[in-house]
Design a protein. Structure first.
Ligand code: NAI
Length: 209
């Protein structure tokens, strides 16, 4: 795609994708932007504007074909393909992520779980035995891995990210509270639940006014 799409639009697409999936589950094959707007609590013009970034997908007088639109948004987000994911740091958060089955439904398949604590070696989390970090190079030789989730202490995150890059893994889903965006050749998505809580806290304070 030649045209650069704003990150704000990209950030809204997963929500469209989710709602369209729910519509399909409810047996709804097509929907007008007004109905989609009412369902999603987003203005119809916002929906049209967002989707026009990609050529629209709607037809005058028909609305949107739900399956088609979902497929197209899935293509844009790259979730119609399977992405193999490894988790580095098999503590509370790493195991919780590995245990969550639904990531697979949207194309993210967790295929390996690594740690440095020998007490965790071989412990099985949803069919996956925890491996030691030393096993990672061999594992990457034998498996195509696109994304590494970093769920380890922040002081180990940067060195681990550099090691991953040297081994050919260039996308990081970063939960460690440390900035990795300055590492050349890495695509990083940071997830900070506390940011979301602070946003909630702000909204609560606004609500009380
Ligand atoms: P935890 O202590 O239960 O698990 C961390 C695991 O990482 C341990 O099993 C430890 O042995 C392992 N580890 C340490 N160094 C490693 C290395 N170099 N390579 C591989 N594994 C290594 O901690 P928890 O609660 O699972 O949190 C993990 C990280 O995620 C922490 O940095 C925490 O601050 C962060 N976190 C971030 C959240 C977010 O929203 N971004 C939410 C919750 C936790």
């Amino acid at each position: 795609m030649d045209k650069e799409i704003s990150q704000a639009v990209i950030r809204r697409l997963p929500r469209y994708y989710r709602y369209l999936g729910e519509l399909l589950d409810d047996g709804i094959e097509r929907i007008s932007s007004n109905d989609l707007s009412a369902r999603m609590h987003v203005t119809a013009s916002q929906i049209r504007q967002d989707l026009n970034n990609f050529g629209g997908f709607g037809q005058q007088g028909y609305g949107y074909n739900v399956a088609y639109l979902r497929e197209e948004i899935g293509n844009i987000l790259g979730v119609n393909d399977v992405h193999n994911v490894i988790v580095i740091g098999a503590g509370n958060l790493g195991q919780a992520i590995a245990n969550y089955v639904k990531f697979e439904k949207v194309g993210f398949k967790i295929i390996g779980l690594f740690d440095v604590n020998p007490e965790l070696e071989g412990k099985v989390v949803r069919d996956l035995p925890i491996m030691m970090l030393d096993d990672l190079p061999k594992f990457l030789e034998n498996n195509k891995v696109e994304i590494a989730a970093l769920t380890l202490p922040k002081h180990n995150a940067k060195a681990t990210a550099l090691k991953l890059v040297s081994l050919g893994v260039t996308s990081i889903w970063n939960f460690a509270h440390v900035d990795l965006d300055d590492i050349e050749g890495l695509v990083v998505e940071n997830v900070h639940l506390s940011d979301s809580l602070m946003q909630l806290s702000y909204n609560i304070s606004q609500h009380k006014k």
